[in-house]
Ligand binder design. Structure first.
Ligand code: ZN
Length: 686
């Protein structure tokens, strides 16, 4: 591992922050924190933390000694001075004399000691930083170090490897006791460059930012070099089937198995979003004959527990022509996982006096022999964090097994960490949105109604895939929604294009729960004289397009076994034909009956089918020129055409989006058409 320190970049940081009135030390603290944060072999997702001891003026202008320590859960790679809240150092240091200190007291004292009372919560490892005397303290969960300390004889290996340069601290749960133990061990040999926290990570320190940082690089490099010695081959591959089913076939089954019915809300499911990973290293790991031993041994560092749980779900290898077997086996594996988790909770909760409330018992990582691994979470973001940490664990365990045998902390220690209130606080207590965990596909998403619907569903917590025949339009709208929104080209008049798009959605998120079949285009012509080709073209898009999309979605929904929701844009023409609008209205009328047919055929599977009958929404389909033409056909002004309804109000794309959203949330409604037209008795359904 090479040092990333560059003198000119360090100077740039000093100069840049000086303009904002920030001193040299804090500027360099930010600079090296980012250097550490940008290397995934050192830290991932809020893991690791750094600090600086300095002086700063308090609200009265008096200079006080402070500890600037990284805020809990903030990302080191993009840290700014504001992410290193300043805490008065003297009250923190006084705590070292205590025999014991509760978590709530620590939080209270640190918040009361913040120079800025509105600052973020400091890292849960604040006291570790406070009790060490050095100006700069850096802490990471470096992969190479974990590979050598997650061993039965990890402490011996480290004592030999770091002889005199770093002291080894036996495993103690993070918090007050670890801080006290680490400081005592440091003080016994104050000349060391760092501390190895057994089964947890590494701390380095120094008087300067560069010194602390480069000691980290040097000590981690020693671990990397140690891993190259006396290696044995890992892992011996298990006997696997000749062919393995693709992700698009496996993910919906896995996702279905990992979903749970919500007890007090019939028809409602608690679902997971999936994030798939595969690399040669992951395949080597999941294909190993001893997978069950080394994958179930526990976490690589206690910090991962809260996001990955202590062990992953392991399924059988999925064979393409035996997916029913895979589905059955996945169900059995999940039931065993849940039972094991519940037993673990009951056993451990009894040990701590029955004071804890259980987290959900579902896995956050699934290992699929022959295929790869999935991260699971209530959002794409959570799923990808779990997948990142799982991928990191694969590397650490593989390296650990190459020089010995991977060993984690004990079950008691994992439970104490998983159910530590300060750790659970990292997950945030915000209420979940109504569509959290659901995946929505919107066709025609490059247009006004499709884009507004995608935005409304994303705002309600769904992961959204925006499909449009115009890829660029879908990408533009997805970008406006946010990084997690997926944009795909899809021509609904092509069965292959629809199949491909749905496979991509499943690969990205794990499945499909809601489809808004919205793509359409309007053609006009007097029905007695219209060219048959034009009529067929309209049917291809305005009827068969909906059928292809619904068919692709239903296949995935049935594999998941958790119901689903099909929503169609049928337009007012399906109910109330306008003059010369037959080529558009006829396939839309067929689509209205398609909705009812899906409601009839798939109600028993919990799949709902509903439609929105909207009228006169300004969009790509209803352009200004088109509005002028339709107004002329009806013999009214353009303004009257748009708001020519009982309420006298123009209907917008957002109004239609809200109607789709309501239908997605109405778990007891199917075969319904919701009218969004400002009131038009001639188009009212009866
Ligand atoms: Zn740590």
């Amino acid at each position: 591992m090479k040092s990333g320190w560059v003198d000119s970049e360090a100077q740039t940081a000093i100069d840049r922050y000086a303009r904002a009135g920030i001193g040299r030390d804090l500027a360099l603290r930010v600079y090296t924190t980012r250097l550490l944060g940008r290397d995934p072999k050192l830290v991932l997702h809020g893991g690791g933390n750094t600090s600086l001891k300095t002086t700063m003026p308090d609200l009265f202008g008096d200079q006080v000694a402070v500890l600037c320590v990284k805020g809990s859960g903030s990302n080191m790679a993009s840290v700014e001075p504001v992410d290193l809240p300043a805490v008065r150092l003297d009250p923190l240091r006084k705590l070292r004399a205590r025999g014991a200190l509760g978590d709530e007291d620590i939080v209270r004292i640190q918040r009361a000691s913040l120079l800025d009372s509105a600052a973020p919560n400091p890292s849960v490892e604040i006291l570790l930083h406070a009790f060490l005397p050095h100006t700069f303290v850096d802490h990471t969960h470096a992969n190479a170090v974990l590979s050598i300390i997650d061993q039965p004889d990890g402490e011996t290996i480290c004592s030999e490897l770091y002889d005199g340069r770093a002291s080894v601290v036996p495993y103690v749960m993070p918090g007050f006791l670890l801080a006290k133990t680490a400081a005592d061990i440091h003080d016994a040999k104050p000349a060391v460059e760092g501390l190895i926290l057994h089964k947890h990570g590494i701390v380095t320190f120094g008087d300067g930012a560069r010194e602390a940082y480069e000691r980290m690089i040097a000590l981690v490099t020693l671990a990397e070099e140690r891993l190259q010695k006396n290696r044995k081959a890992v892992f011996v591959t298990a006997h696997l089937p000749q062919a393995i089913a693709p992700v698009a076939a496996v993910a919906p089954i896995l996702r279905g198995a990992c979903s749970r019915k919500v007890e007090d809300s019939e028809g409602s499911w608690r679902r997971m979003v999936l994030d798939f990973r595969t690399t040669p290293a992951i395949l080597n790991f999941v294909n190993g004959g001893e997978l069950v031993r080394y994958s179930q041994a526990g976490v690589v560092t206690p910090d991962h527990t809260i996001r990955t749980k202590n062990w992953p779900l392991v399924t059988a290898a999925p064979e393409p022509d035996r997916m029913d077997d895979f589905k059955r086996a996945a169900g059995v594996a999940l039931a065993a996982f849940v039972e094991r988790y519940q037993d673990y909770f009951a056993r451990q909760n009894a040990r701590v006096g029955g004071i804890k409330r259980p987290l959900d018992p579902l896995p956050r990582v699934a290992l699929i022999p022959g295929l790869g691994l999935f991260g699971l979470g209530r959002s794409k973001r959570e799923a990808s964090i779990a997948a990142d940490l799982a991928q990191c664990a694969v590397e650490i365990v593989t390296e650990a097994e190459a020089i010995g045998r991977f060993q984690s902390i004990s079950e008691d220690e994992m439970f104490d960490m998983e159910y530590w209130p300060l750790e659970q606080a990292k997950l945030g207590a915000a209420a979940e949105k109504p569509l959290a965990g659901q995946i929505a596909v919107i066709t025609g998403a490059g247009g006004a109604i499709g884009a507004a619907t995608a935005s409304a569903f994303a705002a309600a917590g769904a992961e959204v895939a925006l499909l449009d025949v115009d890829r660029r339009a879908a990408e533009d709208k997805a970008e406006a929604i946010g990084a997690a929104a997926l944009a795909l080209a899809c021509d609904v008049t092509s069965a292959a294009s629809v199949r491909e798009a749905f496979a991509r959605v499943v690969e990205a998120f794990g499945g499909v729960d809601i489809v808004v079949s919205n793509a359409g285009a309007a053609w006009q012509g007097r029905i007695g004289e219209v060219d048959e080709e034009l009529l067929r073209k309209s049917f291809e898009l305005n009827f068969y397009g909906h059928q292809r999309v619904a068919q692709a979605a239903v296949k995935i929904m049935l594999a998941q076994g958790t119901g689903g929701c099909l929503l169609f844009n049928v337009s007012k023409q399906a109910v109330n034909p306008g003059p010369n609008f037959g080529p558009y209205g006829l396939p839309k009328a067929a689509t209205l009956f398609l909705v009812r047919q899906y409601a009839v055929d798939y109600g028993a599977a919990g799949i709902r089918a509903n439609a929105v009958n909207a009228d006169r929404v300004r969009s790509g389909l209803l352009t200004d020129a088109f509005i002028a033409e339709r107004a002329k056909a009806r013999g009214v002004s353009e303004k009257d055409y748009l708001s020519g309804n009982l309420l006298g109000r123009e209907v917008t794309a957002e109004d239609v989006a809200q109607a789709f959203l309501h239908q997605a949330l109405e778990l007891k409604t199917t075969g319904d058409v919701t009218t969004v037209d400002g009131g038009n008795i001639a188009a009212a359904l009866r």
